[in-house]
Design a protein around this ligand. Structure first.
Ligand code: HEM
Length: 113
């Protein structure tokens, strides 16, 4: 479906794919799997390290809430009417996800110490 749709949107891309499209589809799925695993294997450990460093800076769990409020307020001021409910939700969820991983990592470090 993806390749058919791509070729519909931009027919000039079809000639670039010379091999078996079934095989190409398998490659696409492999790439998507690698990208998703990359999130777990690369991004999550980096955010965990960031959380542990924040513990060292003296940042406590409750600080994450006040920083979230300040960040959302700033975005609202800066973006004006572009700060739509969707944009607000996207920023809130992204911050909460990062903050959750950071707080968890800092907590585990505290317990181990
Ligand atoms: C999703 C949440 C947050 C993200 C992504 C984030 C990101 C970062 C990054 C990339 C740095 C640069 C230093 C490093 O890599 O260790 C940093 C430093 C710092 N952050 Fe955060 N931060 C977050 C939340 C907070 C919160 C809640 C506080 C509490 C006030 C905070 C306070 C600090 C402080 C004090 C520093 C070090 C400043 C310095 O002395 O250089 N951060 N943060």
């Amino acid at each position: 479906m993806f390749y058919n749709r791509s070729f519909e949107i931009d027919p000039s891309t079809e000639a670039l794919f010379k091999g078996d499209m079934k095989e190409q589809g398998r490659k696409l799925m492999q790439m998507i799997t690698a990208a998703v695993n990359g999130l777990n294997d690369l991004v999550v450990p980096a955010v965990q390290d960031l959380g542990r460093r924040h513990g060292g800076y003296g940042v406590r769990d409750e600080h994450y809430g006040s920083v979230a409020s300040a960040l959302l307020w700033t975005l609202e001021q800066g973006l004006g009417e572009d700060f739509t409910p969707e944009v607000k939700t996207a920023w809130t969820e992204t911050y909460m996800l990062l903050a959750g991983v950071m707080k968890d990592a800092a907590k585990k470090l505290e317990k181990a110490a």
